[in-house]
Design a binder for this molecule. Structure first.
Ligand code: NAP
Length: 246
């Protein structure tokens, strides 16, 4: 159900919201009544189009350029959100990149870049979120089901970064529990986005449900975990992957 306006009066920040899963999360949280700030690194046109789409549906969204590999950028996205909307209730850390290559071939440059965005960027966001959110605050990260099953050659480095996120979420959940802030990690399986479009033929035979997931399906779970009724979930990694990792 999308029309219950569950997040009316709340403000959300989606890090990495211009395309794919992040964009679907922006649209869903806005449809559920939240005012939504989101970041992008390079897709300025898509970010502007998304903000306009939300506005034309009666919602409010603001796009800020912020590279998740840059801690100052990440922190200023929080400050800009507070300046613009006056409060912050929900933080979704979605920004992530994929680098594939077998252990004997993948480069140190790939290692540095993916760790900077997928681990360091997530850490910077959680650290800042912890200083800004109050009781009832929600932090959600987007990990990957590949933590549960590294099913193909060349995926080890990416899987390592998502395993780091799943573990960091457990620690942050314990650290913030006494303040009534929950921290959870969503682990999508293969979702139809720019990230996977070149790999669909390879992926599909491994998905028991026989199809790619849709970004809106991950957005629905994200919206649910941000609700008041999900308050007892914390430190969890929840997989939605069409049975891929079963
Ligand atoms: N698609 C899947 O099958 C799948 C499965 C499991 C997990 N995931 C995870 O889900 C998340 C979203 O994936 P997706 O498939 O939607 O990817 P995508 O289509 O490639 O979109 C990635 C989004 O993250 C943003 N982003 C990337 N690097 C950034 C950076 N350094 N700073 C700020 N924003 C950045 C991009 O913005 P710009 O365009 O402006 O760079 C874009 O909005 C990622 O964390 C990914 O690892 C995806």
């Amino acid at each position: 159900m999308t029309n219950q306006r569950e997040h009316e009066g709340k403000v959300a920040l989606v890090l990495g919201g211009s395309r794919g899963i992040g964009a679907a999360i922006v649209e869903r949280l806005a449809a559920d009544g939240a005012k939504v700030a989101f970041t992008y690194a390079s897709s300025a046109d898509q970010a502007a189009a998304l903000a306009a789409r939300v506005a034309s549906s009666g919602g409010e969204a603001a796009a800020f350029r912020a590279d998740s590999a840059d801690v100052a950028d990440v922190e200023s996205a929080f400050d800009l959100t507070l300046e613009r909307f006056g409060r912050l209730d929900i933080v979704v850390v979605n920004a992530g990149i994929l680098r594939l290559g077998t252990i004997d071939q993948i480069s140190i440059e790939d290692f540095d870049r993916i760790v900077a965005v997928n681990i360091r960027g997530v850490f910077a966001a959680l650290r800042k979120a912890a200083t800004v959110l109050g009781k009832g605050g929600r932090i959600l990260t987007i990990g990957s089901n590949i933590v549960d099953r590294v099913g193909f050659p060349g995926a080890g480095l990416y899987a390592m970064t998502k395993a780091a996120v799943a573990t960091l979420v457990k620690g942050a959940a314990i650290d913030l529990a006494s303040r009534g802030i929950t921290v959870n990690n969503i682990q999508p399986g293969p979702i139809a986005t720019d990230m996977t479009k070149e790999h669909v033929d390879f992926i599909l035979p491994n998905v028991p449900l026989g199809r790619m997931g849709q970004p809106q399906e991950i957005a629905g779970l994200t919206s649910y975990l941000a609700r008041d009724e999900a308050a007892f979930a914390t430190g969890a990694s929840l997989t939605m992957d069409g049975g891929y990792s079963v």
